[in-house]
Design a protein around this ligand. Structure first.
Ligand code: SAM
Length: 245
């Protein structure tokens, strides 16, 4: 069973009743063991419940909220590229934090552009490039056309390939995708900008970390509380973009 504990979620994100009772689904008959454990985990996951309560499109919103609360990446007026944005929870968080929908007329209005291979349902304040591959230079050019002055202050990447089940292979393909974010940074990221990217831990993680350290002033490994303990998922937060070398 998943390892998240309700006390990890900041109180403001939680409804009072979340996590009080463990639910057992009635209709597990005919489902594979893997499907049964996924269902059980979803039903008893406080972040899944909190996402529903707070109208986030999925539980991953809490990972970005936690990272941003601690590391102050997003603020009103900034421009953000959200890579692997579907279904759109990180974009929801980014829209609110950079004031991209203009919810606070007193504050500067930011920009959020999300990209995904999949379709992303419209979101007030965000621009989406659905059916686009983040690793493709054509997508990079389209992104430049959508950003104010063709520049972003923050690149977020929660993208992940469909898992094959072969841990090494999945690790390698996600690291390869993350490395293309260095090219994207070169094209769109402002000097001083930040990159937050998800990867699956493994033997190539030091290669990614080293590459990011060449072009960013500070690089840290993060494991947000909302990231399941049993998952190999980790995040690299790279700040103070220098310029490509
Ligand atoms: C874990 S989901 C992202 C969840 C998202 N952060 C949210 O909060 O809603 C990973 C996404 O990465 C996308 N993805 C994988 N490879 C991609 C690529 N090369 N280009 C764009 N999106 C990609 C997948 O289609 C998937 O929607």
């Amino acid at each position: 069973m998943q390892g998240c504990c309700i006390s990890f979620i900041p109180k403001r994100y939680l409804h009072a009743t979340v996590g009080l009772m463990k639910k057992i689904p009635h209709n597990l008959k005919g489902k594979s063991t893997a499907d049964q454990s996924w269902l059980l985990r979803q039903l008893n996951d406080p972040y899944v419940k909190a996402a529903k309560t707070h109208n986030y499109r999925c539980r991953s919103a809490f990972k970005l909220l936690e990272v941003d609360d601690r590391h102050a990446l997003l603020r009103p007026g900034l421009s953000v590229v959200d890579c692997g944005a579907a279904p759109g929870a990180w974009s929801q968080v980014a829209v609110r934090r950079v004031n991209a929908a203009g919810a606070d007329a007193e504050l500067p209005r930011g920009t959020v552009v999300g990209v995904d291979l999949l379709n992303i349902a419209p979101l007030d304040g965000a621009l989406f490039l659905s059916s686009h591959d983040v690793t493709d230079p054509v997508t990079h050019a389209r992104l430049q056309g959508m950003l104010p002055d063709a520049k972003a202050d923050v690149i977020l990447s929660d993208m992940a390939p469909n898992a094959s089940g072969f841990r090494h292979m999945d690790h390698e393909s996600l690291i390869a995708m993350c490395l293309t974010l260095v090219d994207l940074s070169q094209k769109v990221l402002r000097p001083g900008g930040s990159l937050l990217c998800k990867y699956w831990d493994g033997f190539l993680a030091p290669t990614l970390q080293k590459r990011l350290s060449e072009v960013f002033g500070v690089v840290r490994v993060l494991k947000p509380k909302a990231s399941r303990k049993e998952s190999a998922e980790l995040y690299l937060l790279a700040k103070m973009y220098k310029q490509i070398k």
